[in-house]
Structure formats: structure tokens, C-alpha cells
Write a protein that binds this ligand. Structure first.
Ligand SMILES: *Cc1c(COP(=O)(O)O)cnc(C)c1O
Length: 355
């Protein structure tokens, strides 16, 4: 049976990316050696990382003066690297979900970390709007897509202090005005590559402004200077990321990714809103295009397990909602074809019609 992959992360990648990566694992560029058994400093691998960096810059139209890094440790490591490198006295955080909250918690180890607003009061189902960013903060941290709660900030906000964003689950799903940010980071395993690599886009002249000593490996400057080669970088996920970036470019770039994301979201939210069995959990204005959360309407609550079993029997994979809100979550990342969303929508309709 055909499987439709709605996994939240690690998650769907373009088939071509998996095939090209598999080929490189067997024999990279016909050199007679695997990608896995050559030096990261060899010219064959240097060409891979160079192309990945160049495609990042091209696809996101990254201005001069920024570096693109590929590091280990996941987005979770960035929760401490960001305050290590940027928090001198005080930082401001927008608390929009589990990941945002973890980032905030980590920052508190480094100085004053102010929660300017939180949507925890309503199970993180919306993005707070009325908040004031203190102008004496060293930076303001946001999570642009809340992977668990299905809310998203799709606008590059104006910010009076350096803006830092966790874009783990929506990078490359829309054009981003990188010039508005001092730093953008994310784990690759949602929309870019297999797990194991973390991307960081950092404004070079925003670095070096804190008074503390930073351990070498946690200092962004180490990796800017070393071209992500201070230590051995995660070569396999970087290779796959490079292939994904080639794929995005061939499909028409981030504008096309945005068009597809809008199309998928309109189709699925349309069904959620019109099918009496279901209801969305996120505030309509703040709905994510990447992670679409829904539950059974109150009067049909007891049908949740039945719908799950039915959807699974039709090939839907990974639609179980996160344990913190239950119900369903359809992650609709760049590589997910519209056809998969149509199959889920058909499932929701036929389940209702068969009642
Ligand atoms: C998955 C996720 C993380 C955690 O990423 P790791 O690479 O597992 O550390 C952080 N932030 C967001 C928004 C995520 O979706």
C-alpha cells in the first residue's frame, strides 16, 4: 500500500534526495569510495559543503556579512549557544510552545531572560500579539513555527533589538528577509535533511559582544573561522541537505515552496473547517502551514481511535497528535506532495460518510 508520510520529524524528504544520498553512500561522484569513508577535508567533501553553503545563500537571498554554519548538537544545543554568544545582561523571549520554553529556560542560566509574552494560558494555541520588546535587551528570541502546537509566525517582524529565530520546522518554506535577523538556526530533520546536522545563519558583526569566556566549540566564531570544519562535521546529513537544496532550487525556489505550502494548508484546513467531525486547535490567524493540528469535535470525541485506525488502513503515517494536545497532527513539510494531503482529506470525508 502507498504510504503518506506526515511524520513530524525526522520526516519526509524528496525521494530524489534519498536516492542521491544512497548513491553517495555507495560511491561518491564515481571516486570508488563511500561518502562515509573519506576525509571531511578531501576536495570531494569540501565541494559538498561549499555547494550547501552557496545554495543556502542563494535560496534565502542571504546578504553579505552573514555566515552559514553546519554544526552538531541539534536545535537544542542552540538553546545554549545563543545565550552563550549573545546574552550579556538581558535577553527577551516569546514563549509560544515547548521548544520556545526550552530555549527560554536555557537562557536563564546566562543572565536575565525575560518572557515578554506567553500563550501557555491557552495551551499555546495562538501567537501573542500585544507585547513590548525591551529596547535594552541584547536580543529577542522567537520560534517561527511551533511544531507541536501548530502555530506559525510567517512574517519577519520589525524588532528594535537583534532578532534571533529558531526556524527548525519552517526553514525554506517561504522567503525570509534574513537582514532582519542576527541569527537563524534549526535542526535539519524537519524540512531539510536527516537528523544530525544543525544549520546556523549568523550575522558576523553581531558576534564578540559578550564579556564571558565561551568554550571553543560553543563559540560561533570558531565555526565561522573554521568554515564548519573546526571539528569533523556531520558529513552524511550535510550531503543530504545539499541535495535537498538542489531539489528546492530545481522546483523553483522558496517562492514555489511557499505556494505549495499554502495550497496544502488551504486544502486540509478547508476540510477541518467544513467537516463537522473535526476541529482545528490553533487560532485561525496563527495556523501553521507546516504542522496542522486537529482533534475530533467534542460530540465525536469517542471516534478518535476509530478514525486513527481508519486513516492508518488508508496509508496515513505519523498523524498522531503530540501527547500534549492529543488528536491529530499532519506535518506538511516541503517534500510532501499535495496528493498526500488529498488522500488524508478523502479519508476524513469517507470516514464521515460511512458513519
Ligand atoms: C524539533 C525542534 C527542536 C529540537 O530539535 P533537535 O534538533 O532535536 O534538538 C527545536 N525547535 C523546534 C521548533 C523544533 O521543531
Amino acid at each position: 500500500m502507498k504510504k503518506y508520510n506526515f511524520n513530524a520529524g525526522p520526516s519526509i524528504l524528496p525521494r530524489e534526495v534519498i536516492e542521491e544520498t544512497a548513491k553517495a553512500v555507495l560511491d561518491l561522484n564515481g571516486i570508488g569510495l563511500s561518502l562515509l569513508e573519506i576525509s571531511h577535508r578531501s576536495k570531494d567533501f569540501q565541494a559538498v559543503i561549499d555547494e550547501a553553503v552557496a545554495l543556502f545563500k542563494e535560496l534565502l537571498d542571504i546578504p553579505e556579512g552573514y555566515s552559514v554554519l553546519f554544526l552538531g548538537g541539534g536545535a537544542s544545543m542552540q538553546f545554549c549557544m545563543v545565550p552563550y554568544n549573545f546574552l550579556d545582561k538581558k535577553a527577551a523571549y516569546l514563549n509560544t510552545g515547548t521548544w520556545a520554553n526550552k530555549a527560554l529556560k536555557e537562557a536563564k542560566n546566562f543572565g536575565e531572560a525575560l518572557e515578554v509574552a506567553s500563550s501557555k494560558d491557552k495551551t499555546y494555541s495562538y501567537i501573542p500579539k500585544d507585547y513590548v520588546i525591551p529596547t535594552d535587551a541584547d536580543y529577542f528570541h522567537i520560534t517561527t513555527n511551533n511544531t507541536i502546537y501548530g502555530t506559525e509566525i510567517r512574517k519577519d517582524i520589525d524588532c528594535p533589538v537583534p532578532l534571533i529565530a529558531d526556524m527548525s520546522s519552517d526553514i525554506f518554506s517561504r522567503p525570509v528577509d534574513v537582514s532582519k535577523y542576527a541569527c537563524i538556526y534549526g535542526g535539519a530533520q524537519k524540512n531539510l535533511a536527516p537528523s544530525g546536522v544543525t544549520f546556523v545563519i549568523v550575522k558576523n558583526d553581531a558576534l564578540g559582544k559578550v564579556s564571558r569566556t565561551i568554550p571553543t566549540m560553543l563559540d560561533y566564531r570558531t565555526h565561522v573561522e573554521g568554515g564548519s570544519m573546526f571539528n569533523t562535521p556531520p558529513v552524511l546529513p550535510i550531503y543530504a541537505a545539499m541535495q535537498t537544496l538542489r531539489w528546492i532550487k530545481a522546483q523553483g525556489g522558496v517562492k514555489e515552496m511557499q505556494r505549495r505550502a499554502e495550497e496544502r494548508a488551504a486544502l486540509l484546513y478547508g476540510e477541518i473547517d467544513s467537516n463537522p467531525l473535526f476541529r482545528g486547535t490553533a487560532a485561525t490567524d496563527d495556523r501553521s502551514f507546516m504542522n496542522i493540528d486537529f482533534v475530533m469535535a467534542d460530540e465525536y470525541k469517542e471516534l478518535e481511535a476509530d478514525f486513527m485506525a481508519y486513516a492508518q488502513s488508508k496509508g496515513m503515517v505519523g498523524i498522531k497528535g503530540h501527547r500534549s494536545i492529543g488528536g491529530f497532527r499532519a506535518s506538511c513539510y516541503n517534500a510532501l506532495p499535495l496528493e498526500a494531503v488529498q488522500a488524508l482529506v478523502d479519508c476524513m470525508r469517507s470516514f464521515k460518510n460511512n458513519l
